[in-house]
Ligand binder design. Structure first.
Ligand SMILES: *Cc1c(COP(=O)(O)O)cnc(C)c1O
Length: 404
């Protein structure tokens, strides 16, 4: 009789988005005359920029001609895209990352879930709390997290680094020494980030204790402040301790077309073993390359026209972010984030729980957001609103909230 991977049985149900959907459906059925505005979405809404669409059309036509048709892409990505990434995301910022240290993929969710595979089962992971759920869940599936305590919402073998208003949402070095440290900066869900100087301290810490940092930079394009690093490799010594994950989803609207990449520097080693070689082996065995058409689209992200159009798109979302932030402040809320990320993280008023505030906002303002407790125990008492809606809806939602 076959056996299953029992670790999957340990996963608690992920009820966050299904519970939200059920509550919204029930409310809307009971109140058919009310128009609901959704500011809970973690997905982009603006169409893909014209320069990128042109590149995709051109690549589609190439696929129709025997002379330019392409079959399997190289496992690790086409040279044209890896070079564009290396030149624009790294060398232009003074980071010495070569094209052959970049592994093109179908997105940062898969990479952030898969990367744990090249590490020992015995490693202990550290995560921020609240956190993007993929980091913990993928380690649960691999059997690395111990047992789950439903009362606290915590795993026995995970090191949690609370990020709350008490520490300005800046993770502190944990008391116990981790082997793998997940950092997502700027952060989803809190919308906050840390300075480059503080990130340097994390790099120094990781090098000192012999930990690896898995650095998720999905929101890098939203950084507006000068003292924030756009890549962890801006920090000295990061090449011996950090893997960086990037995505084309949030900066270029690729959530539906799928493209991302992971940087594994050649200097990153465990003893004599190069992690670069291990990830190349893993990629070559389990992945057959991102589609040519999409990699051409990714290349266009770095064209002059693409850059100009994406700058406008980011500005559109960040105008929503500042509309939400200033509107909430006017209404008397305590608000965080929204400056270097498209997320606004608010403290619920009057000791309401995250879910009580969800119900209150849905019933009184007909606005949907995301309860902070869904991202981890330290998210309790907070609430996330996103800037990914339309400007008109964002303004209307804030008018309703201000009128409460
Ligand atoms: C949206 C998001 C990603 C991007 O995932 P893709 O698979 O590239 O769409 C990665 N990490 C975080 C924290 C995110 O919020």
């Amino acid at each position: 009789m076959f056996q299953i991977n029992d670790n999957y049985q340990k996963l608690p149900g992920s009820y966050l988005f299904s519970t939200i959907a059920k509550k919204v459906a029930a409310f809307s059925e009971a109140n058919p005359d009310k128009s609901i505005i959704r500011l809970g979405i973690g997905d982009v809404t603006q169409p893909i920029a014209p320069a990128i669409i042109d590149a995709m059309h051109k690549a589609v036509d190439e696929m129709a001609d025997v002379k330019t048709f392409r079959g399997y892409a190289p496992d690790l990505g086409y040279e044209f895209l890896r070079k564009a990434i290396s030149d624009n995301d790294y060398k232009a910022r003074g980071c010495d990352i070569e094209a052959d240290e970049i592994f093109v993929s179908d997105g940062a969710k898969s990479d952030s879930g898969n990367i744990q595979e090249i590490f020992s089962q015995d490693n202990r992971i550290a995560v921020c709390d609240p956190v993007y759920p993929v980091y913990v869940d993928s380690n649960v599936m691999a059997g690395r997290t111990g047992t789950y305590d439903a009362a606290t919402g915590m795993w026995s073998n995970v090191i949690y680094m609370p990020c709350t208003r008490e520490n300005n949402f800046v993770p502190e070095f944990p008391k116990e020494t981790p082997d793998m440290i997940y950092l997502c900066l700027p952060n989803n869900p809190t919308g906050t980030t840390i300075t480059k100087a503080r990130l340097q301290e994390w790099v120094d810490y990781a090098n000192k204790v012999g930990a690896v940092i898995i650095y998720d930079g999905a929101y890098e394009a939203y950084i507006s402040e000068d003292n924030v690093a756009h890549s962890i490799y801006e920090c000295e010594g990061a090449k011996t301790c950090a893997i960086e994950l990037k995505s084309f989803s949030k900066n270029a609207g690729f959530t539906g077309v799928r493209l991302g990449y992971t940087v594994v520097p050649k200097e990153l080693k465990c003893g004599d073993v190069s992690l670069h070689g291990m990830w190349a082996r893993r990629h070559g065995t389990k992945f057959n390359g991102a589609p040519y058409i999409i990699q051409r689209a990714g290349e266009a992200v770095y064209s002059d026209a693409g850059k100009a159009q994406l700058k406008e798109q980011i500005a559109y979302y960040m105008k929503n972010a500042s509309t939400i932030k200033s509107g909430l402040q006017e209404a008397g809320f305590e608000v965080y984030g929204g400056v270097n990320a498209p997320y606004i993280w608010l403290k619920t008023p009057e000791q309401m729980t995250s879910w009580e505030f969800f119900d209150y906002l849905l019933e009184k303002a007909n606005v949907v957001g995301t309860p902070g407790s869904g991202f981890g125990p330290s998210g309790e008492g907070y609430f996330r609103l996103t800037a990914f809606g339309s400007y008109e809806n964002t303004v209307a939602a804030l008018d309703r909230i201000k009128a409460l």
